[in-house]
Write a protein that binds this ligand. Structure first.
Ligand SMILES: Nc1nc2c(c(=O)[nH]1)N[C@H]1C(S)=C(S)[C@@H](COP(=O)(O)O)O[C@H]1N2
Ligand SMILES: [Mo]
Length: 221
């Protein structure tokens, strides 16, 4: 189930490039941000080997059997996945680094779950859709541009380094958007809403940057 299929990933990548070209109005998000001298640790970050837990102090315990993910808003085919539906979808395994705005980075996290390209293929965002808002079971929300959500390294993850994602880290399922600071990666995600207009989320209305590129230190507003 978790086996990574290089041909499938290459196919996803091609489809995403096409979509992203349509979506990237100003092209600013296309390609990788500058990494001076092939650096791996963005400016102002330090590497940690553990995995800190950060949230609003509420860690919902969600039974897999109770878990639901709704994908709606400006899409042709809204859907609701239960746990069995979700794990029956094609699975990928992707390795990426975490960069938290509070200053820690954690390298080489292996995420297993459903690739964003597959999700986009199923729900088919309408032409007017430009942003996504993630809604979580603890009341948290966060927003991303649709072309950033469509990056080939974005995954709806249920496992980390081969183990089911712990409740503290957002299990059963969290979003992982490696190219942004980790506050954009919603834990306990229960709804993904596609919108025409941007809707700044919990931290974005409290002074965090609306984007969150660690290489540009887009930390605070
Ligand atoms: N639902 C939800 N998702 C969330 C948060 C939260 O409070 N609630 N915090 C964000 C922040 S600020 C960070 S740094 C990461 C932390 O994820 P971790 O606890 O797995 O390290 O989750 C992000 N996603
Ligand atoms: Mo964070």
């Amino acid at each position: 189930m978790d086996a990574q299929d290089p041909a499938a990933l290459a196919g996803y990548r091609q489809k995403l490039v096409r979509r992203k070209q349509e979506w990237a109005r100003d092209g600013r998000l296309l390609g990788d941000a500058a990494r001076p001298g092939g650096e791996r640790l963005p400016p102002g970050q330090r590497e940690v080997k553990n995995w800190p837990v950060l949230d609003l102090g509420v860690q919902p315990e969600i039974e897999a059997s109770e878990w639901r993910l709704r994908i709606d808003g400006l899409v042709e085919a809204p859907l609701v996945w239960g746990w069995q539906d979700f794990i029956a979808e094609p699975q990928v395994r992707l390795v990426s680094d975490i960069h938290c705005v509070t200053g820690w980075s954690r390298f080489d996290n292996a995420w297993s779950g459903v690739h964003v390209a597959h999700l986009l293929e199923m729900v088919r965002p309408k032409a007017e859709a430009r942003y996504c808002v993630f809604h979580s079971q603890d009341g948290y929300t966060t927003n991303v541009r649709i072309d950033r959500f469509a990056d080939e390294d974005v995954v709806l993850a249920h496992s980390w380094n081969g183990l089911p994602l712990e409740p503290a880290h957002g299990g059963p399922v969290r979003v992982v958007i490696p190219k942004w600071y980790f506050w954009k990666s919603a834990k306990w995600v229960c709804r993904i809403e596609f919108c025409r207009d941007d809707k700044p989320g919990f931290w974005e209305v409290r002074g965090y940057h609306n984007d969150g590129d660690p290489w540009r230190e887009e930390r605070y507003g």
